[in-house]
Ligand binder design. Sequence first.
Ligand code: SAM
Length: 275
Amino acid sequence: MDTTIIIIIAFILIIALIVVIQFKQNKKEGGNRVYNEYEDAISYILKDKNLSNFKRDDSYRAKLEHVRWNEGLIYLGLIRKEMGLSDSEIMGYCSLNDSVGDPILKQYGNLHISPTSLRYIYHAHLIFTQCKLVGMNNIDFVEVGGGYGGLCFALHHFADKYKIRIKSYTIIDLANPLELQKRYLKKFLNHAHLKFVNASTFGKNIHTKNMFLISNYCFSEISPENQHNYIKYLFPKVKHGFMVWNFIEPYDIGFDTTIVDEYPQTGKTNKYITF
Ligand SMILES: C[S@@+](CC[C@H](N)C(=O)[O-])C[C@H]1O[C@@H](n2cnc3c(N)ncnc32)[C@H](O)[C@@H]1O
């Protein structure tokens, strides 16, 4: 055989091998290609032991900490109207949550806040409202895709207001985001019962039953194969839940769901899904 042909075949084989290895690695971590850059950004962020300014990192903000001022204004209005929170109660959470990672703060009258923190407060309210509706007051939460842990912190911060006891809170995520969440939440929640589970297991080894599931901007944006694995391994241990669904049309995930448009609408087809 001609040497040039042998070199071309060898080259094609090497490329194919690299593609297969990367695919397997990605699958092993339970992640999507779309999250590779995000995971890299977090591995860089984790080198800073004080997590001093990760909320300003552009690669990080491509996925998180990117709620706009006008969306924040709507969340603030909803928080005041539906939750009846005073400005000092709002700042009670926001000043703590915004004290780590140096987020870009926006002005709302006298308040200087990250709009993302306002979103976490409002989502906490929607979640507790659903818990009350289905009669859950002592709750084992499981969150698929926990960001830096801001929602977990908001739920713990406001639970008493709803007379809800958080028995345990499990976050399932990729390796680097889990490490970020551990370090972040340690700054605020020393007495909470937090558990961190690698996404590669899809919750197979969780033995708690009747959990309340949360998955905001995550379950709907991971690969169909990963979604299927969560439905197979995690969902049988879930009783009720709340999701913010993005990117794809909602489909039957095995629960009796109620679906309404997200408000404010932060993505064209985003929905709130409760069950
Ligand atoms: C867009 S962020 C949303 C984070 C958070 N829920 C929020 O509302 O701010 C998506 C999250 O899903 C996580 N994630 C990506 N792939 C995942 C997987 N296969 N299983 C669990 N979490 C995953 C990311 O690390 C990230 O924490």
